[in-house]
Every structure is written in structure tokens, then in C-alpha cells.
Design a protein around this ligand. Structure first.
Ligand SMILES: *Cc1c(COP(=O)(O)O)cnc(C)c1O
Length: 363
């Protein structure tokens, strides 16, 4: 006999649980979550070791917000720190969107967006990426209705690694009503070297409805500590604070972030090395015949189409754990030692696709 069930929200029960990258076999390279392959800096480990854990954290992350405010030329009130930028994004969506409202974003983009919108009770409106795997900003602006409350722009876009340019973004903002919250997710901005790319923080003064999301998870290598932040108008940040889960940003994370800012040069030097390796991998994939979009994050996108599941298996058999996402495979740039295996696997996939029936993602 089945026991009676409590009544839950149907749309929540229907959610597919967020899938983490598969745990890697002992000798495999885990290139499925866009993590930073470098070990933490000794100074970060020292900061963690000295953090009290019998006390509650500073719930306002005041010291860190002051540091970030002076770095970005804004006030501490214009910064909201969360347990990862995904947490801050959730707070912002909850603050702005409710049942009957629409949240607009490009697709394919970050896997976390649909679930966050569903939890808010609002409706996702997904605008397809263009043929170059980039946001189609004119189509996104055209999809705005009087129900649109939030638009999420992701640059570089996870998982396609493409950017929005400054010119494209300026034209887009001119077309979007100022009553709509525009969230620019810059989780990978530190890896961008293209001067035409949009950078949100210098634009905040021009666009009062713009909020920029940043994270310590990727470039700063603190994914496991869970800390990220938003920068925007004070009243919007106050609204995000109102929807936050209290005390979720732990003291270790705040201190780890501050120690990282103390040693930013060293961390950004690592970022430059990862970006250089990314460019080499991208070129090698192009040389193998892949239609791989120019990569601007710490990951590359392989459009494998219908062959995605089979292609992911080939990568796994070569000791490379990737993220298979519907019509393509995202591969993070990790340890330099992973590159040979990665390129051997991608070459085998190219051969299979050529000899097989369909060859999506190939010239
Ligand atoms: C990784 C990632 C984040 C950051 O997540 P955290 O919660 O800060 O770890 C945000 N947005 C995108 C698009 C990402 O890929």
C-alpha cells in the first residue's frame, strides 16, 4: 500500500534535479563543471584556518562589500553578496518576478536559469541562440512583453563560450524598457581578452535597471566555498537582501574571498594561463574540423547534435569527463596534462561523425 503524500507544488515536483558533473574516475580529468584546476593559494588556506566556526558569520559581509565597492567604484550598499552568484541570481529573480510574470533569457544558456525561474513561480521565455551559438539580442528585445520582469544576459555564455559585444549590449539596453531588470551574468568575465566584449560594471551609471553578477567560483578558484555577488542600484540590492536566506554566506567564504582579493595579481596570472591554453585548444579543434565557436570562457562548446551522447562516451573512454547538454558537449579547460587526452578524444569523435550518418557540428 502506498502511503498518502503531502501536496507539493506540481511545477516543483516536475523539476529535474540539478545535475552535478559526474564524479570522475580516479585517473580521469573532471572537465565537466568549469572549475579552476589550480590548488588554492597558501594565503587563502591560512585565512580559512583562522576563521572561527563556533560563531555566526557577519550576515552583511560588510568588510568584503567595502572591499568590492572600492574596487568597482560603487557604494557598499550597491553590492549584495550571496552563497555563490547563483544564490544572488535567485534572490534577484524572487525579488522581481512572481506567478504571471516572465523571465527572458537566451537558450541554450546556463542550466540553472530554468529551475530558478520555476521556483519563483514566473514563466521562462527562452529565445534561441543564433546560428553562431550567440545570444540573439534583437530577438530577445523583441520578445519583451508587458509581463517581462527580468532579462538574463550571460556573457561569456555558458555553455557556448560566446560573448555579447559592447555595441550589441548598448543597442539592446536602448530597446528594453527601464522598468525591466536586466541581469548581466559575468561568471567568466576574467577569462575574456576580446576588447569588443561588454563589461557591465562601467555601464551601471548609464543603465539604472542593470545588475551585474560576479563570482569567486571560476577565476578565483573558490567554487567549493560558495561566494559571489551582484552590483547594481541600492534599492534593487536591498530587495535581493530581503529575499535571501539569512546567514548563508559563511565566514570562511568571506575570508577566502578577501584573501583572494589580496592576491588578485597571482590569481589573474593563473587566469591568463588558462585563457592561453583555451585558445590553443580552440585552434586545435578548428584544425580538426570542428565548428567550435570562438571560446571566451574557461571552456569550449562542441556542437555534436544528435551524436552528443555517443560523443560524450568517447570522451569518457579517453579519461575526459565532459558535460553533455542536449545538442552539444561543454568541455572545461583544466590541467595542461588533460589537453592531449581531450584532443585525442575529439579527433576520434570527428572520425566517428565523418564515417557515421549525421555530421552536425562539423564543416
Ligand atoms: C558557474 C556559473 C555561475 C557561478 O555560480 P556560483 O554560484 O557563483 O558558483 C554563474 N553563472 C554562470 C553562467 C555560471 O556558469
Amino acid at each position: 500500500m502506498t502511503s498518502p503524500r503531502v501536496r507539493l507544488r506540481a511545477e516543483i515536483e516536475a523539476l529535474v534535479p540539478y545535475r552535478q558533473g559526474k564524479p570522475a574516475a580516479a585517473d580521469a580529468f573532471k572537465l565537466s563543471s568549469n572549475e579552476n584546476p589550480f590548488e588554492p593559494l597558501p594565503a587563502v588556506l591560512e585565512a580559512l584556518a583562522s576563521s572561527p566556526i563556533n560563531r555566526y558569520p557577519d550576515s552583511s559581509a560588510w568588510e568584503l562589500r567595502q572591499r568590492l565597492a572600492s574596487i568597482h567604484g560603487v557604494t557598499p550598499e550597491q553590492i549584495q553578496v550571496g552563497a555563490g552568484s547563483v544564490a544572488v541570481l535567485t534572490q534577484l529573480v524572487l525579488a522581481a518576478a512572481a506567478p504571471g510574470d516572465e523571465v527572458l533569457y537566451s537558450w541554450r544558456s546556463f542550466e540553472a536559469y530554468p529551475g530558478i525561474v520555476t521556483v519563483s513561480g514566473a514563466t521562462s521565455v527562452q529565445v534561441p541562440n543564433d546560428a553562431q551559438y550567440r545570444h540573439d539580442l534583437p530577438a530577445m528585445a523583441a520578445a519583451v512583453t508587458d509581463r517581462t520582469r527580468v532579462i538574463i544576459v550571460c556573457s561569456p555564455n555558458n555553455p557556448t563560450s560566446t560573448i555579447v559585444t559592447l555595441d550589441e549590449f548598448v543597442a539592446f539596453m536602448a530597446a528594453v524598457p527601464q522598468s525591466v531588470l536586466v541581469i548581466l551574468d559575468e561568471a567568466y568575465i576574467e577569462f575574456v581578452s576580446d576588447p569588443s566584449a561588454v563589461r557591465g560594471i562601467p555601464l551601471l551609471a548609464d543603465y539604472p535597471n542593470l545588475v551585474v553578477l560576479r563570482t569567486f567560483s571560476k577565476a578565483y578558484g573558490l567554487a567549493g566555498l560558495r561566494i559571489g555577488y551582484a552590483v547594481g542600484a541600492e534599492y534593487v540590492m536591498d530587495a535581493a537582501r530581503a529575499t535571501s536566506i539569512p546567514l548563508s554566506v559563511i565566514e570562511l567564504a568571506q575570508r577566502g574571498a578577501m584573501a583572494s582579493l589580496d592576491h588578485e595579481d597571482e590569481l589573474l596570472e593563473r587566469v591568463a594561463r588558462i585563457a592561453m591554453l583555451r585558445d590553443q585548444v580552440w585552434q586545435a579543434l578548428v584544425d580538426q574540423g570542428w565548428d567550435v565557436p570562438k571560446a571566451h570562457g574557461n571552456f569550449v562548446w562542441l556542437p555534436t547534435g544528435e551524436a552528443t551522447a555517443a560523443a560524450a562516451d568517447v570522451f569518457t573512454s579517453h579519461g575526459i569527463v565532459t558535460r553533455a547538454l542536449g545538442e552539444g558537449i561543454r568541455v572545461s579547460i583544466g590541467e595542461p596534462a588533460s589537453v592531449d587526452k581531450l584532443l585525442r578524444a575529439s579527433a576520434e569523435v570527428v572520425r566517428n561523425l565523418r564515417t557515421g550518418h549525421s555530421t552536425p557540428g562539423l564543416d
